[in-house]
Design a binder for this molecule. Structure first.
Ligand SMILES: *Cc1c(COP(=O)(O)O)cnc(C)c1O
Length: 360
């Protein structure tokens, strides 16, 4: 069977060249006579893989030296707890911006550990926009400010990095990491589940400023202490070995084949524009997010008729455009067009949508 165009929100499409490379190395990685899945995480051959992954990520994202990179498990959802356990440690207060379901879940988890204030929310308009906030909106006693940078389910993205002054800014970047360059120094901590833009599921990447490590709450499980993972170079226990290897291949693809994150951004902007331009001109489809708050990674749209939405998803899948159904909580359609989606995938999707529009 031919490969489909996979618009899944996560786990999601991976670059075909990366899959081919992994396949070619499956039975014998680099003359080791083993698959990466089988080798000891403490072997020299594996240590080279995890070290390369870290240095490639540092290079791609231009991560300053005073930040640690941690390769963890437990998904972005575990970070909803790990962040307050480690960072809510001075005044036991944190400010949260609620811009979607994951932001809300993060806020609810933090409430177990201290005083959480919702600085701004877009729940009043079904999370279709990003509130504008300035430094003066934040509680100067907050231990950190938490945002979800790209809202995977609703299809919004911050068009700016909130200015938080001296308060560390924490960002869930699960669905936008590596999609464009970000100034890491503006953040205290960035975390991401890898299964959107980095690797297969199983790996969670945390990029954290060194001074924020080492104050975990008393009684916290060892595995939930950033310091334990930082001091052990993400080898306190068995790391998600294969996902880290795949992440390394994805980073090599970004740096060598694409040409880095500036180029990645250009490519992503081109793809997103192509789809939004079509939606804006269509008489049948309508984008659910307008203007500068639009996500470059998750494009949400509707026809306005639930039956027609269903027919569209069904016919699209039959034509090789899969996983276009919107999140179960919002309905409609969502095209997740992560880094690995080729430009051609969007061109063909738009052609298919034009034909569907003409026939219905
Ligand atoms: C997918 C996603 C999550 C959940 O990630 P898990 O790894 O499944 O825990 C959290 N936040 C955002 C923004 C996501 O896109």
């Amino acid at each position: 069977m031919a490969r489909v165009y996979n618009f899944s929100a996560g786990p999601s499409i991976l670059p075909e060249t990366v899959l081919a490379k992994a396949a070619s190395e499956m039975l014998d990685y680099n003359g080791s006579g083993q698959s990466v899945m089988e080798m000891s995480h403490r072997s020299p051959v594996y240590e080279e893989i995890i070290n390369d992954c870290q240095s490639l990520l540092r290079k791609a994202m231009n991560i300053p030296d005073n930040y640690k990179v941690l390769f963890l498990q437990g998904g972005a959802s575990s970070q909803f707890a790990m962040v307050p356990l480690n960072l809510m440690n001075k005044n036991r207060k944190a400010d949260y911006l609620v811009t979607g379901q994951f932001a809300k879940k993060a806020k609810q988890e933090a409430e177990k550990f201290g005083e959480v204030r919702v600085v701004a929310s877009s729940a009043d308009k079904q999370f279709t926009y990003i509130p504008e906030v300035t430094a003066s909106d934040f509680d100067k006693d907050a231990d950190y400010v938490h945002i979800c940078f790209n809202n995977t389910i609703f299809g919004t993205k911050y068009p700016y990095i909130p200015e938080t002054g001296a308060i560390p800014l924490v960002a869930d970047m699960s669905s936008c990491i590596l999609s464009e360059p970000f100034d890491v120094s503006k953040f205290g901590l960035i975390y991401a589940g890898a299964q959107k833009n980095m690797a297969p599921a199983g790996l969670t990447v945390v990029i954290v400023r060194e001074d924020l490590i080492g104050n975990v709450r008393e009684g916290a499980p060892t595995m939930f202490d950033y310091k334990v993972h930082a001091d052990n170079d993400s080898m306190y226990n068995t790391p998600p070995c294969y996902s880290i290897y795949m992440c390394k291949l994805v980073l090599e693809w970004i740096l060598n084949d694409i040409g880095g994150l500036e180029k990645m951004k250009e490519r992503n902007e081109k793809k997103a524009k192509m789809l939004y331009d079509y939606l804006d001109g269509s008489k049948m489809f309508r984008a659910t997010i307008q203007g500068k708050n639009r996500s470059m990674m998750n494009v949400t749209f509707v026809t306005g008729d639930a039956d027609l939405d269903k027919k569209f998803c069904k016919e699209a899948a039959a034509a090789g455009f899969v996983n276009l159904k919107g999140h179960r909580s919002v309905g409609g359609m969502r095209a997740s067009i992560y880094n690995a989606m080729p430009v051609e995938g969007i061109e063909k999707l738009v052609d298919f949508m034009k034909a569907f529009e003409a026939n219905n």
